[in-house]
Design a protein. Sequence first.
Length: 147
Amino acid sequence: MKLQTRAFIRLAFVNLLLGLSAFLLAAAAEPLGLDARLAALRYPAMHFLTVGWLTQLIVGVAIWLFPLPPQSGAVWATPSGWIGMGLLNGGLVLRLLGEVGPAFGGSAWAGLALMLSALAQAIAAWLFVALLWPRLRPPRPRPPAAS
């Protein structure tokens, strides 16, 4: 398994753990007498689970299952995967800051953080499409059976 595939899948599991931990903290904050503002973690937790875990797991497995053709000449493929991974995870952090920031008094920059998060993740999605598109090719024609 190639390094980029392993990195995508490992980061997917990190996002799974972060999302579940944030969701647990948000749900347990009020019953345990913690700061009620921690309930604001629910929405970023769902984003960590759906975008961070599922999307990265799917892209990592797709890179593994659909290798580049030997003569593709796609020298941009590996860098676009790393850049997309960075933008996706950076967007997740910005989403967390933008969603939780207003609960803790950071509303002045929250809108900007959410806008940059959406932009980073949209660019990452386009990079993932560009990364995977040349890997999807029709099956090779089978030679006719000898009779």
